[in-house]
Design a binder for this molecule. Structure first.
Ligand SMILES: *[C@@H]1O[C@H](CO)[C@@H](O)[C@H](O)[C@H]1NC(C)=O
Ligand SMILES: *[C@@H]1O[C@H](CO)[C@@H](O)[C@H](O)[C@H]1NC(C)=O
Ligand SMILES: *[C@@H]1O[C@H](CO)[C@@H](O)[C@H](O)[C@H]1NC(C)=O
Length: 174
């Protein structure tokens, strides 16, 4: 005979498993679609991606660790990375020459991806290495190159690279 408490307990368990599962389903079914849309906007909003090298290196070793990490950690990594990209695009963009509508749509869709990931799992780990990378990218590219159009082209190039890496990670996630 179940007591009231055990019913409530059972109910809570069912709820929590269900919410985490709808989240994995969501990532499996929709992450890629959104990603394809914002990546093509990123391509279309300006001219060709610059051939100039970005003077800061993406933390490949952290990324490789993420490929073998637990599902929840991977989701947090996606969440944190997209959040950091978002912060970059919040800097002074007066000099950019990109098509405004496409830039706006790119940011809207990227934000939608972030919103969907944000509450997917409980937040925990902060990825210090990732934070350092974005800080350096901001300093070495945007600040030192005075938020110039050329600096923003490098940011666009690196953003494309990072978002494509996230796609590859998501492809290994189920
Ligand atoms: C852009 O890239 C394409 C394909 O690589 C090339 O044919 C074209 O000339 C480039 N455009 C400019 C403006 O560099
Ligand atoms: C996602 O990132 C935001 C901003 O850093 C944070 O507030 C939130 O807790 C994160 N969510 C997860 C699941 O890591
Ligand atoms: C950025 O601006 C500073 C001060 O205005 C100037 O000294 C520096 O040469 C500029 N750097 C570049 C890369 O244009």
């Amino acid at each position: 005979m179940f007591t009231m408490q055990s019913w409530i307990f059972l109910f809570l368990i069912l709820c929590s498993t269900q919410s985490s599962c709808s989240c994995c389903d969501w990532i499996r079914d929709h992450y890629g679609t959104l990603s394809r849309e914002y990546l093509s906007l990123l391509d279309e909003m300006g001219g060709n991606i610059t051939k100039q090298d970005v003077p800061v290196f993406f933390p490949e070793s952290l990324y490789r660790r993420m490929e073998d990490a637990q599902y929840e950690v991977q989701v947090r990594f996606l969440n944190e990375t997209i959040h950091e990209i978002f912060k970059l695009f919040d800097e002074n963009m007066d000099a950019v020459t990109w098509e405004e509508k496409k830039l706006d749509d790119f940011l809207i869709l990227l934000h939608r991806q972030f919103q969907n990931l944000k509450s997917c799992v409980s937040p925990a780990t902060k990825f210090k290495r990732l934070k350092r990378f974005f800080k350096k990218l901001n300093k070495k590219v945007l600040v030192e190159m005075n938020y110039s159009a050329q600096a923003w082209e490098l940011i666009r190039k690196e953003t494309k690279y990072i978002l494509e890496k996230l796609d590859l990670l998501v492809a290994t996630m189920h």
